[in-house]
Structure formats: C-alpha cells, structure tokens
Design a protein. Sequence first.
Lengths: 136, 94
Amino acid sequence: MGSGPIEIEVAFGFVGESILWRGGNEGCIQDGFEWWQKVFSQRTLIAGTAHSHPWNVPACPSSRDEATFAGWESTFGRRMLWWIVTLTEAQCFQWNGSVYAPLDNPPFVLQDADLLRTLSLDGGIDYGKCTRTSNA
Amino acid sequence: MENALAQVMREDQGVLLITWNGYMGTLPDPIPLNLSDDDTFRIAEEAVRNGDVPGIPADPNVRFRKPTFLVDQIPPGNGITYARVFVRNDSALG
C-alpha cells in the first residue's frame, strides 16, 4: 500500500449501504471511465457517494467536488446525497437551490464511514474488508 | 443502433453516446473523431434539445460544459470494432 492517507470513495444505496468502492491518491480521486460506467449502470440503486478527506479538517466539498456532484445529478436526472468523511467529521451535503449545504438530519446513517477512514489511513482498499461491496 | 452505424462509418469517425437526465442514447449519425470538445458538446446539446437522440427525451435545458462534463474517446477494442465518443460527467473528486 502507499505511504500516506489517500482519498477513497464509496457509492452507497438508499439506506446508506455501500455498493461500489474506489481509491484515489493523497490529494484527489481522478476521473475514470470504468468507475463512471459502473456507477451509471447501477444508477437506480445509488443514492449518492461518500469520499474521504483523510485529515483533521472540517468536512466541506472542494469546487472540484461540487462540479462532480452537479455532473452526476444531471446525468442521473435527480438530486443526490454527498458525504464527506474526514478523520473527525462525517457530513452529508445536498443541493438546497443555491449551494451544496450540510444536512442537519440526513435520511440515513452512512454505514461505512469508519471503514472509509480506516481504508484511507491504510492507504488503499482491502476488498476483503468490504464484505458487502463490489469493487471498481 | 451502434452496430448499424458501425457499418457505414469511416475510420476517422465514431459513435457519439450521450448520458443525460437518467438516460443514455446514441446519436443516429457518426461524428468526426477530430472535433474539439466544445464542438462535440454543441452537437450533443443540440441533438438532446431537439429530441434527436433515441433513448433520451428532448430537454431544452440540456447543457454540457467543462469541468462538469467531459468528452471521452474510447478507441475500438474488447470486441467493439468502432470508436466511441462519450459525452459524460467528470467523476473526479478533489
């Protein structure tokens, strides 16, 4: 595995269950056709994605994150939920008509927030730990 | 649709696949592979706006722009004999 924490993303379903995982690097998760294809093909099952910012920082989306949130929502034709998980916080964001704003009461708990942190700190995805998921 | 298009395409052309609003569709005509991304976006927008993409309901509000969307050209391979050009959302995160 790598030398430091990396960003990891998980696409989750409508009760917060993990469906697809992928890993990035220390500062970002790059676009990938294979990931895109898998998420799009399972669009009826996916409520949103969560990704890690594996540092001691407040959970908030970057401008790159927000562009990607908007792109998925245009592609899916519906609003979605976007979790950002840091080492100290897990926050769900949703479009409120003006900005991606934090939700005080998200409709469900993100089931694998701790696993997302652990995998980020381990520097990669051990798919053996992701027992309810498939990989991408 | 794609296979029928493949029969009439030249090597410098590809099939344009568009995803929008929960749907994926294929433009009925091949497009040149050397188009700029902006020109490819314009073709895709016009086609969706006019309802010219089978599988995608017409939408006057369609808009493809970077950095939210990208053009992804996939060369022939894995049993597919023609190039595919996807107009799709960018999945990168920062």
